[in-house]
Design a protein around this ligand. Structure first.
Ligand code: HEC
Length: 191
């Protein structure tokens, strides 16, 4: 797959580090977005199903077992590296790397200023080593999220969370808060 991004622009993107997705190669963006859409739908569908079967406690048990598995599956199916990241992560595997951290900070700053936030794309490296990266914000979009990420998590759910994630940092959120991001990498996309 050929990237249509002009060299000059690629260099500018590397320097700036943070560029709205409209400046990046459309086909790669679409591939990354398709992977994110798929993962988002699968996670939510599974969460809702488990929640209906046995409330937040069952949700936590299943999430702890399947969130990472579903994420890897979608990545393999779509031929990309995909994960969820957060600055206040529950699972240490979801800790952001340097670029992800800088994007999350930038979004937080934009939200503080009352500005909208949007997906960003970035070219990492150069030549054959280039990696296309894209991040999409994850907000606390519905009250359901608060059952496990809110300020008042039920004691029984809290106990389970502490058991499975002794250093859990992913609580204290309110509706609308930035929770984290989907983050996609497509290495050497031209080869
Ligand atoms: C039933 C409990 C539960 C609910 C409800 C829930 N989550 Fe989570 N969430 C978890 C668990 C458990 C993990 C850790 C998964 C793992 O091990 O990767 C997690 C992880 C995450 C992560 C990855 C970053 C991290 O902290 O490790 C994001 C992002 C996230 N949740 C967002 C949401 C959003 C948005 C909602 C609402 C749509 C939501 N969650 C609802 C339990 C829940």
């Amino acid at each position: 797959m050929r990237a249509v991004i002009p060299l000059g622009m690629a260099a500018a993107i590397v320097v700036m580090g943070l560029v709205p997705v409209r400046f990046s190669d459309g086909a790669l963006a679409e591939r990354a977005q398709a992977a994110i859409d798929t993962l988002q739908q699968r996670l939510l569908k599974r969460l809702l199903h488990e929640y209906q079967q046995g409330g937040a406690e069952r949700g936590v048990r299943v999430c702890a077992e399947v969130a990472q598995v579903l994420t890897e599956q979608v990545g393999a199916e779509q031929g990309v590296h995909i994960r969820r990241v957060s600055r206040k992560y529950r699972n240490p595997k979801n800790a952001p790397d340097q670029w992800e951290e800088s994007v999350l900070r930038q979004w937080e700053e934009q939200l503080r200023r009352g500005e909208p936030i949007e997906e960003v794309a970035y070219w990492d490296g150069s030549g054959k080593e280039r990696t296309y990266r894209l991040m999409r914000p994850i907000r606390i979009a519905m009250p359901l999220c608060l059952e496990c990420h809110g300020q008042h998590v039920q004691p029984s759910v809290l106990r389970l969370l502490r058991q499975k994630y002794p250093r859990d940092n992913a609580r204290g959120y309110k509706l609308g808060d930035l929770r984290g991001a989907f983050s996609v990498r497509i290495p050497s996309p031209e080869n």
